[in-house]
Design a protein around this ligand. Structure first.
Ligand SMILES: Cc1ncc(COP(=O)(O)OP(=O)(O)O)c(N)n1
Ligand SMILES: Cc1nc(C(=O)O)sc1CCOP(=O)(O)O
Ligand SMILES: [Mg+2]
Length: 523
């Protein structure tokens, strides 16, 4: 480790590593660090979070952290680390967080020590997606961000301004204002473009790209409210003192995700500047920047959720839904066969089992999937998904909403949503779904659908053209028709009967896997 931590920050990093280990995760993630920071109520990070609306124990509860870990540790047979886990692998997100924290500590003039408040600032700056869901539970995230993420250039307090406020009848002052607006307009335009490039080229997501493009056009439209000649005439980039000031955190970007996070931040700040200084020109116009700023916050949340989902499901292609089996032994056997055949996601879909029995089965599937490095999704039940340490939960149109489920499962679990038509697809994406079920493609032996309810291959084609969020074609898919599903644009499928009711489940899964892999190689 190259950064120097205060004892409190070091304890937090060690606890984060223990939490990651107890989840069976390969690397420490931002949510591990957040929960670990709040384990000590006396830490500066805990005090700050309490100051901005949430008691640390409420945050942990909202994250599902403390109980989840204890249950997962117990269920998976892991022990908490006795030794400090300072050398545990860190995800790229955590590295960005610690890099930012180190830069913040330096800016505070405390070269020798990164404190818990700097780690919290790093999380707010580089991994805001773990804190976003806490807004619903009462966290004033904007206040916390304002308190922690001051511009480093601002650390040296400026002397108070003397003299009268901006006088727009004075032409010099008009030029000053025009310079502010021009610079902020450029920052907002550029920031949005960088973010759009991420949606377009990294996520390859047509829906998100379109929404960002629309936001860029709305910005351009609002900017027409200012006199363009005046803004251009006031531009004086060579003499702008700000162009020569580069902070450490502006120079270092660890990965494309860090570029994305920094540019959302930059765009939000520039829009705030346009809004505030715009009030001196036209209050109504200022309101348009405010609306745009909130839209950008929503897009930030959607995109960060998508990035998280891509990362957790990027390589997954074959989901097998397991359910309707008489005993735990049957479940264990089928899951083992499906995994051996190449399933990389197991969804436990049991209807009507007593909760306790369902949780026992879920915990068993969690252990089997973790051993095989596969994902585990629980159908219908966010509460039991959290208790069993699942990677995610699947919700249908009649199940609890994504918003409500998020409050139960916390920020880390992926939430999948069933969609059967275009309107549901759009709504699921906006709701923050991490992946989608797309079907029913064909009549199913597992679930009854009336003929008009079949979404068919046409819907598969629509989804393929609309989003690049991970999605699974589902409903009657088997070895006889999988090629048609793949030709329609699917690259992932979810099946039940084709594997669970097969004479040789392992071979059935392997045949589907081979078809999926062949299609992926051909693309
Ligand atoms: C991947 C996937 N897609 C769709 C569903 C169906 O969910 P839902 O509509 O809630 O129906 P039930 O499975 O609960 O009967 C799914 N489970 N998985
Ligand atoms: C549970 C379920 N949901 C669907 C949907 O379209 O939302 S299709 C389906 C059944 C999936 O099982 P099988 O592969 O045996 O048809
Ligand atoms: Mg359901």
């Amino acid at each position: 480790m190259d950064e120097t931590l205060t004892p409190g920050a070091r304890r937090a990093m060690d606890r984060a590593a223990s939490r990651a280990r107890s989840r069976g995760a390969a690397a420490v993630e931002p949510a591990d660090l957040l929960a670990a920071l709040l384990d000590e109520p006396e830490s500066r990070a805990s005090e700050l979070v309490a100051e901005y609306g949430m008691a640390p124990q409420d945050v942990r509860e909202a994250l599902g952290a403390a109980r989840l870990d204890e249950d997962a540790i117990e269920a998976a047979g892991y022990g908490l680390l006795d030794e400090p886990a300072v050398d545990s692998p860190r995800s790229s997100a955590i590295r960005a967080v610690v890099g930012e924290a180190t830069a913040r500590a330096r800016a505070d003039g405390r070269k020798a020590s990164v404190g818990t408040e700097h780690l919290l600032a790093g999380l707010v700056a580089e991994a805001a997606f773990v804190l976003e869901p806490l807004r619903d539970a009462g966290l004033d995230l904007d206040g916390l961000r304002d308190a922690l993420i001051r511009d480093e250039a601002e650390v040296e307090p400026l002397p108070p301004l003397e003299g009268p406020p901006l006088d727009l009848s004075d032409s010099t002052r008009t030029v000053d204002l025009a310079r502010v607006l021009d610079a902020s307009a450029n920052r907002a335009r550029e920031g949005l473009r960088v973010v759009e490039d991420y949606a377009r080229f990294v996520l390859d997501d047509p829906g998100l790209t379109r929404r960002l493009k629309e936001a860029r056009h709305r910005l351009a439209d609002a900017l027409r409210g200012f006199d363009p000649d005046l803004l251009l005439a006031a531009r004086d980039t060579r003499e702008d003192v700000g162009t020569h000031i580069m902070t450490h955190s502006e120079q270092v970007r660890e990965n494309p995700r860090a570029v994305l996070a920094a540019n959302f931040k930059r765009t939000g700040e520039a829009l705030r500047s346009l809004e505030e200084y715009g009030k001196l020109v036209d209050v109504w116009l200022a309101g348009r920047f405010e609306v745009l700023r909130y839209d950008v916050y929503t897009l930030e949340k959607l995109m960060m959720t998508a990035v998280h989902a891509y990362r957790s499901l990027a390589d997954c292609r074959l989901m097998v839904l397991v359910g309707g089996l008489p005993t735990l032994g049957d479940v264990t056997w089928i899951v083992g066969e499906a995994l051996a055949g190449g399933a990389d996601v197991i969804q436990l879909r049991e209807k009507g089992l007593p909760d306790r029995e369902l949780l026992t089965r879920a915990r068993e599937v969690r252990i089997l999937t973790a051993q095989a490095k596969a994902r585990f999704i629980l159908n219908d039940r966010p509460d039991l998904a959290r208790l069993s340490g699942a990677d995610g939960v699947h919700l249908g149109q009649d199940d609890v909403t994504v918003r409500d489920a998020r409050r139960i499962v916390g920020p880390n679990l992926v939430i999948g949503v069933s969609t059967h038509e275009r309107a549901q697809l759009d709504a699921a994406i906006v709701s923050g779904a991490g992946y989608l079920g797309v079907g029913p493609v064909f009549p199913s032996a597992t679930k009854d659908f009336a003929e008009p309810e079949l979404a068919g291959l046409a819907y598969v084609r629509t989804v393929a053209e609309t989003t690049n969020l991970p999605w699974f074609a589902i409903g009657g898919v088997d070895a006889t028709n999988v090629d048609r599903v793949l030709e329609a644009g699917a690259s992932r499928i979810a099946v039940s009967a084709a594997v669970v009711k097969a004479d040789r489940p392992r071979a059935a899964a392997a045949a589907l896997r081979a078809a999926l892999d062949a299609a992926a190689d051909g693309r």
